[in-house]
Design a protein around this ligand. Structure first.
Ligand SMILES: NC(=O)c1ccc[n+]([C@@H]2O[C@H](COP(=O)([O-])OP(=O)(O)OC[C@H]3O[C@@H](n4cnc5c(N)ncnc54)[C@H](OP(=O)(O)O)[C@@H]3O)[C@@H](O)[C@H]2O)c1
Length: 246
């Protein structure tokens, strides 16, 4: 058996990714902030370990890494930097505290966690890191300045890491999802009608005529982490219904 560390494992893309790795026989370290959600998922997935980790807090990341190191039984095969936050706001109205939080959670925290996990990844041959960026990190849009900039930086970091870690046979790739139906879009706060209308609008924007499902992203994350992509490093895999082509 091999281990995988997945951030943001309790919701949306991270949840489906945890289920995918679990189904493929991995021991899953499940990272997020909300303990109740972590416990619920841990109860569903045997061969998993819940770890509280707030990516906006370096001390919390240190504690999470110490916990992983103290309980890990199976070699670490992959790190999936999935957790992230999203906020829409016109650039002129973005306050610096929002800007800083976006970068803490979407870039600084994942970078720090990655740095701390590299020694564990080096212990095994042919390991991998998958960053979950966004199609907005490749081609931005209005009202997404902080998010898009943080996700663009994540792609650039992926490429530096791919070069620096190649001698250790650690691959590092980015997945760039388009619009995926998950709680990050605030659907939980919408009425059923509002949600249906919003989804209909999003669907019309997609060349393939529909938004993505978290399980479709999870399959691609698994691909980038697995031996199926053994000669792929520094890549940006767009899984977005074709929206990056518009
Ligand atoms: N859905 C999309 O359309 C889409 C498109 C492109 C890219 N993405 C990217 O895909 C990733 C996953 O998104 P999603 O749509 O699955 O989001 P989601 O459903 O909102 O889930 C976010 C996950 O991240 C965790 N999280 C949030 N803030 C955190 C923090 N400070 N520290 C640690 N964990 C934190 C949440 O758990 P806790 O609240 O318990 O911490 C949750 O498990 C994100 O990086 C997002 O930018 C999503």
């Amino acid at each position: 058996m091999k281990s995988v560390v997945i951030t943001g494992a309790t919701s949306g893309i991270g949840l489906k990714t945890a289920e995918k790795f679990h189904q493929m026989g991995y021991f899953c370290f499940l990272l997020a902030r909300n303990l109740e959600n972590l416990k619920t998922l841990h109860q569903k997935l045997d061969n998993s370990h819940p770890v509280i980790c707030d990516l906006a807090d370096y001390q919390s990341i240190d504690n999470a890494v110490e916990q992983i190191k103290s309980v890990i039984k199976f070699p670490l095969s992959s790190l999936v930097n999935n957790a992230g936050i999203f906020e829409r706001r016109e650039f002129a109205k973005v306050v610096m505290s929002e800007w800083e939080m976006m970068f803490k959670v979407n870039l600084h925290g994942p970078a720090y966690l990655t740095q701390k996990m590299i020694p564990l990844l080096k212990k095994t041959s042919n390991t991998s890191i998958c960053m979950v960026s966004s199609t907005l990190g490749i081609k931005t849009s209005t009202n997404t300045s902080a998010y898009s900039a943080s996700k663009a930086a994540m792609i650039n970091l992926t490429q530096t890491l791919a070069l620096e870690l190649a001698p250790f046979k650690i691959r590092c790739n980015t997945l760039a999802p388009g619009i995926v139906e998950t709680p990050i879009h605030g659907f939980d706060q919408m009425s059923p009608d509002q949600k249906r209308q919003t989804l209909e609008l999003y669907n019309t924007l997609q060349p393939l005529g529909r938004v993505g499902q978290a399980a479709e992203i999870a399959d691609s994350i698994y691909f980038l982490c697995s031996e199926q992509s053994s000669w792929t490093t520094g890549a940006i895999l767009s899984v977005d219904g074709g929206i990056n082509l518009l």
